[in-house]
Design a protein around this ligand. Structure first.
Ligand SMILES: [Zn+2]
Length: 69
């Protein structure tokens, strides 16, 4: 049995994030967002989703209480 070992040659483009100032790299020719800022944005979006869920639950509860009266 012969093993085949392939070492890919990947050309990376180093990019400076203008939001947080970090240097990060991505394959050349592909657009992306700084991973650190992307994670921050995902956390913020999840926080907003949780708040919306809480507020929806609260208004459903208020509607139920209003109907019971
Ligand atoms: Zn960033």
């Amino acid at each position: 049995m012969n093993d085949l070992e392939i070492t890919p040659k990947v050309l990376l483009e180093v990019i400076r994030c203008w939001e947080c100032g970090r240097w990060w790299a991505l394959e050349k020719g592909i657009a992306g967002t700084c991973p650190s800022c992307a994670e921050r944005k995902i956390k913020a979006a999840n926080g907003r989703a949780d708040a919306a869920e809480r507020s929806a639950r609260a208004s459903r509860g208020a509607a139920t209480r209003a109907r019971q009266r």
